[in-house]
Design a binder for this molecule. Sequence first.
Ligand code: G4P
Length: 310
Amino acid sequence: MSIQWYPGHMHKTKKALIERLKSTDMVIEMLDARLPASSQNPLLAQLSRGKPKLYLLNKQDLADPELTRVWLAELQSRPNTQAIPLDASERQAAQKITAACRALVPHRQGIDRPLRVLICGIPNVGKSTLINGMTGKKSAKTGNEPGITKTEQRLLLADDFWLYDTPGMLWPKIIVPQSGYNLAASGAVGRNALDEEVVALELLDYLRQHYLPLLQARYQADPEDSPSWQDSDWLEWVGRRRGALLSGGRINHQKAAEALLTDFRDGQIGRITLETPEQWQHWLAAAREHEAQLQAQRAERQAQRRSRSK
Ligand code: G4P
């Protein structure tokens, strides 16, 4: 599935990000706890290499608690990195985050050496909810520094704690197909950019393999029969249970897909995480192999064209 991801202004945004990173001490990346690898920006990792990093596993209230623990351990094992679980609207969010940042960069404190932090995250991850909760009215727009986007916000969490929120993010091509599906299922990708039926079928495929009891309970499926159902049988069943019907009692697949995705996004099916570190490594290795094969084929075609034209 090809997803139109962050269209336009890529070059400008990248320049602004590189410029901002020159004067930041560390980076906070907000991840979706249900898809901690897919919601990580690989280009940000590359551009901010060497800087201390705090990962916020947000929407942890919707994620599988056991897998959140696994992901936290994985992220915390990286050098110079901290990771904390979060529900963006929780009252203690600001204290938790500032304490973790100060622990990562202890030498930046006091009004003449403020801790300068850049916060990033994919759309819909909960950044606005978090920032609104953290700052109240203590925010200031900055836009007159060279190379910095006009709408960048500098938020003063304390006299010596500045948080930069740069809207617009750049993303390299998504090479792991599951990553595209998971981003789409989470609601990070705009509706026009995806085929909801395809995304719903992929989601059902994962859920029936890893969260079958939750799926059966939510849609009151027969525990004897349903283990043998295929993805399309499940979509039909969800449509029936959620009243996604056409005339004559046929299922409206589009409406059934929408109903499933809404249920997943709202946590109605249960607390679910769509990827484990092992699965991610496996998907990534397969995607890299596939990309390498494509490149080799391309190189071979070019070589053939060159030898023909000689
Ligand atoms: P963004 O700025 O990163 O794009 O995301 P935003 O804060 O707008 O949050 C996107 C949606 O996710 C919002 O729901 C918000 O309430 C919800 N959300 C944010 N953080 C959490 C969290 O930790 N847990 C849960 N369960 N939800 C969270 P919405 O339905 O789009 O808006 P609203 O009805 O809440 O206003």
